[in-house]
Design a protein around this ligand. Structure first.
Ligand code: F6P
Length: 467
């Protein structure tokens, strides 16, 4: 192969540039050109295919900094529909015209679906990324546990999980962790610690909402910030236990910190956080109000009297507050773990393309004997028997539903990821970069300005040079 393409799709993570960098450095070594497609699959839908040459003359462009969050080539949630044969044929024609012989997609489960649709036309490899840590399997045959049932109203199906058939063993997880997750946990655990001291000072109950859709890995990782209570989507909300525990903790220390995942569900399995029925372009439900829903429950159940009788606060509304860690989880500088393994997975993806893999996934496994190591799997291994890729949910054994906290198995899961996740240089960059006096006098210079100057197009089926 002389030329490959790379695109980044879905939500960004702090580790994407590191993954692209790993891929480009490996391509430089192998004398392979890399075109970076602008804004994920949307570039391929555009007849002019906006793209950037990431390694002209086999030297990596300076804008590609592995320690810089986000993705310099942009991301979008545009989605390739496998049934849209016409669009797929057009995309294949455009890639052909650009002489792109293989494609790396950096993404999660949605991206893998899009990529598979193209894999009949050229070799494709996915390099994983998602802060949600939901691209992977808890064990090899997990997709076989999905069953589909016709919807009661209207057409279509919904998918339900049958009980686990395998005995869970951490060593058997497929894609133990995805780049982006560690930095997102670093940010949210830090956020939990910061909220604690203000809750402590004002005798308040804080509910901190973290991302992660229907997977509780991010909320689980926030356990490093020592919240009193964690609520996850994998275990339906037990309101009585929640109230009991809030009172127990508040009586003892006069403040409570609750971490709640945005995708938590009530006893009937309804999303507590889905205020509307809206979905993003990839069809994912938009989740907006889980923490607020928990706050309303606590306000109703505890009532003003609980706080005023002991002069701890003037009302339940004043005492109970919510904060979202939000997009700060997804942005900014990646910590060492993400930079290192993001780059490794990107480089490995190039090797897989050059070895002729089609529809493969470059993954990061872990076992007790070898620790973290690169591995390869086929995208079909993630599909159920109807071809659907389900987002991985956190293994339920990582949580203690009675104590509403992380379980010993959860601690065992997180330890290998986080014991050396932060590097010396992460600390050094904090010391040097934030209070650099130049920040006060210089306006922010966006990398997009420089990358824009490098964008090339495909006019009339011919490859253009830089504008
Ligand atoms: O998939 C990553 C993620 O950050 C989820 O955790 C979250 O629900 C979603 O993206 C938010 O998406 P957006 O920022 O595109 O609205």
């Amino acid at each position: 192969m002389k030329r490959i393409g790379i695109l980044t799709a879905g939500g960004d993570t702090p580790a994407i540039n590191a993954t692209i960098h790993g891929a480009v450095v490996r391509a430089d070594q192998c004398r392979v050109e890399v075109f970076g497609f602008i804004k994920g699959f949307s570039s391929l839908f555009n007849p002019r295919v906006p793209h950037v040459r990431l390694n002209p003359l086999f030297s990596t462009i300076p804008e590609l900094d592995p320690a810089y969050g986000g993705t310099i080539i942009g991301a979008s949630r545009d989605y390739v529909n496998a049934n849209d044969k016409e669009a797929i044929a057009e995309i294949a024609g455009r890639l052909d015209a650009l002489k792109v012989e293989g494609l790396i997609c950096v993404g999660g489960d949605g991206t893998l679906n899009g990529m598979q649709a193209l894999s009949d036309h050229l070799p494709t490899v996915l390099a994983p990324k998602t802060i949600d840590n939901d691209l992977g399997l808890n064990y090899r045959h997990e997709p076989d546990e999905w069953h589909r049932q016709p919807n009661e109203k209207g057409s279509g199906y919904h998918y339900v999980r049958h009980p686990e058939r395998a005995r869970f063993d951490q060593d058997q997880m497929v894609n133990y962790v995805t780049p982006g997750y560690a930095t997102a946990v670093f940010v949210s655990a830090g956020g939990v610690q910061r909220i604690r001291t203000t809750a402590e000072s004002h005798r308040r109950i804080a509910i901190i909402e973290v991302m992660g859709r229907h997977s509780g890995y991010l909320a689980l990782g926030a356990a490093y910030g020592q919240p009193d209570i964690i609520l996850l989507p994998e275990h339906t909300l037990n309101t009585e236990r929640l109230i009991e525990r809030v009172i127990e903790v508040y009586e003892l220390q006069k403040n409570v910190v609750i971490v709640c995942a945005e995708g938590i569900v009530d006893e009937k399995g309804r999303d507590l956080g889905a205020e509307t029925n809206s979905t993003d372009p990839a069809g994912n439900k938009v989740l907006t109000g889980a923490a607020e829903a928990i706050r309303q429950i606590l306000i109703e159940r505890l009532g003003d009297g609980y706080f005023t009788s002991k002069r701890r606060n003037e009302s339940a509304r004043a005492a109970i507050f919510t904060r979202k860690v939000g997009h700060t989880q997804r942005g900014g500088r990646p910590i060492l773990f993400d930079r290192f393994y993001g780059a490794q997975l990107g480089g490995h993806a190039v090797d897989l393309l050059l070895e002729g893999h089609v529809n493969a996934v470059s993954i990061l496994n872990w076992d007790r004997e070898r620790g973290f190591h690169l591995a390869t799997t086929n995208a079909n291994d993630f599909r159920d028997r109807w071809g659907i890729i389900h987002a991985r949910q956190m293994h339920p054994s990582f949580y203690d539903p009675e104590g509403l906290r992380i379980s010993p198995a959860g601690v065992e899961y997180l330890t290998p990821i986080f014991k050396n996740a932060v590097g010396q240089d992460d600390m050094e960059s904090l010391r040097k970069e934030l209070f650099n006096s130049g920040n006060l006098s210089r306006p922010y210079h966006s990398v997009s300005v420089d990358v824009n100057k490098r964008i090339c197009f495909l006019p009339n089926g011919e490859e253009s040079s830089n504008p």
